[in-house]
Design a protein around this ligand. Structure first.
Ligand code: ATP
Ligand code: MG
Length: 469
């Protein structure tokens, strides 16, 4: 596990412990003040005013650190700063303790136990090596004070005036003191390291869980989008089917209820209109079925090897020629190279190109031209269907690729149309790992461009959605 992550895991805890430590320090301040005042009364006059000064000193830095903690580290406390703050506090505590020990009997002082207490708390909060250094530093500091007392550099202040320097016993005390400091660091570290390790594991698990939850949420969102699209599609489909059905129903009602004689001129017109609408409905239903088939992913699609796009387009030209001629539109193939797809679904490709060429013919004016350009470019084939017809208004360029969308100029130009052709064409092209794009200017013409990879690989085992490569 990377170091910074582990560190940040403990940051809030370290902050909490420092706050708690600060509160505890006020007790020490109170103790020192009381001892300094009560000292002379119990025959320990030298503790006044020394311990009082120490009490003021501790109160001073404790106030400072409390403020720092409250204002600077409140939010997103960086771990390094917190650690530095903790180290400074402990160093000052140890210094204050050394002075207190000096005025309360040196190596016989009862406050020596607080050094051990500090080392234990410090090891819980700080890296062990820092604590070993602090233990060594403290030992040297206490040793220096003891030597100074022993050699008369500073006065010795026994708690009981009848006590002298402890002599040899002090050497033993000093040795015990050093062992106690280092020993407590070692013991505390071995006890707490297991908890720290567990904390780290807990943190890792939490992180993993958070990641998995994120993934799950993303999948759910995707499913929601698919559902939304489905219901949108169903709403539009129902709407598209409803209006012609309602018209047919009205016509039939007029006839069956005897308002119009079916044999009369008007009756025949109503029936012919109904037949025309039924044809329109059939066209929509067929297109919807085709679209649904493609959306199922073509799991059992008849993927064929070596699909010759030139051949496929040439066959389409033969089939569409009469229709184009009827509308007074010329069809021009311009092929550069031969495009053979490694794999493809010929009926879908025919459907796609047929829709695009039919649109070219349908939305051209009489005397217009539709050019189909095929060009092999690297590992792609590019097919452009170009016309100089009515064009697509800019705001509809993206929209018309969706189901049932027809631009107003197209509705005016050709009343009949489901608005499904481009959607189907796009599905078919994308199922081959390709793209369908439109360029157009209203009144000037349209270019529909299909790009297909020649060496698309089938996706996984399903045979659907090939990926280029
Ligand atoms: P259908 O394909 O059932 O005859 P349609 O042609 O209206 O109906 P799409 O082929 O999906 O449906 O085309 C959608 C819309 O895109 C058209 O109604 C028209 O507004 C616009 N469009 C498509 N191709 C062209 C084109 N070549 N020129 C001008 N407009 C086009
Ligand atoms: Mg069309």
């Amino acid at each position: 596990m990377a170091e910074p992550e582990v560190r940040y895991l403990f940051a809030p805890e370290l902050y909490g412990r420092l706050v708690w430590f600060g509160r505890l320090r006020w007790l020490a301040v109170a103790g020192l003040a009381i001892a300094s005042v009560a000292g002379p009364a119990v025959d320990v006059p030298h503790v006044w005013p020394a311990l009082f000064v120490v009490a003021l000193f501790v109160a001073g830095y404790n106030t400072f650190f409390t403020m720092v903690l409250r204002h600077r580290f409140r939010e997103g406390h960086p771990y390094e700063d917190l650690q530095a703050c903790a180290i400074r506090q402990i160093v000052l505590d140890l210094a204050a303790l050394t002075v207190t020990a000096h005025f309360t009997g040196g190596l016989q002082s009862p406050v020596l136990i607080f050094f051990v207490f500090h080392m234990a708390i410090g090891t819980i909060m700080l890296p062990t090596r820092v604590m070993y250094l602090l233990a060594a530093g403290t030992s040297l500091m206490v040793l220096a004070v003891y030597l100074a007392e022993e050699h008369g550099v500073v006065a010795f202040h026994p708690l009981d005036p009848s006590f002298g320097m402890c002599g040899r016993m002090c050497h033993v005390n000093m040795a015990f003191f050093v062992v106690a400091l280092l020993g407590i660091v070692y013991l505390t570290d071995s006890v707490t390291s297991r908890f720290k390790q567990r904390n780290i594991e807990l943190w890792r698990t939490t992180e993993e869980l958070r990641e998995r939850t994120g993934e799950l949420q993303r999948t759910l969102r995707q499913m929601e989008i698919v559902e939304e699209r489905k219901s949108h599609y169903m709403r539009i489909s129902a709407h598209q089917l409803r209006s012609p059905l309602a018209t047919i129903r009205t016509s039939l009602q007029v006839l069956t209820e005897g308002y119009v004689d079916p044999g009369s001129e008007r009756g025949k017109r109503l029936l012919a209109g109904a037949v025309e609408r039924v044809d329109g409905l059939l066209a929509i239903v067929n297109d919807l079925l085709e679209l649904a088939k493609m959306r199922e992913g073509r799991a059992r699609a008849p993927w064929a090897p070596n699909v010759n796009v030139n051949q496929l387009l040439a066959d389409l030209f033969d089939a569409l020629e009469p229709h184009a001629e009827e509308r007074g539109v010329g069809l021009h193939p311009e092929f550069e190279g031969v495009a053979i797809l490694d794999r493809g679904i010929p009926p879908d490709l025919v459907y796609a190109f047929e829709n695009l060429i039919e649109n070219g013919i349908k939305y051209s004016r009489s005397g217009g031209e539709v050019t189909v350009r095929l060009r092999v470019e690297g590992d792609h084939v590019k097919v452009e269907v170009v016309d100089r017809g009515i064009g697509i208004p800019e705001e509809f360029l993206d929209e018309v690729l969706h189901e049932f969308v027809r631009a107003p100029n197209a509705r005016k130009h050709a009343a009949q149309g489901t608005g499904l052709g481009l959607a189907i064409a796009r599905e078919a092209v994308e199922a081959h790992g390709g793209t369908l794009t439109l360029r157009s200017r209203e009144g000037e013409g349209t270019t529909a461009t299909v790009e297909l990879p020649l060496h698309a690989k089938p996706h996984a085992a399903s045979g659907e959605l090939p990926v280029s490569g």
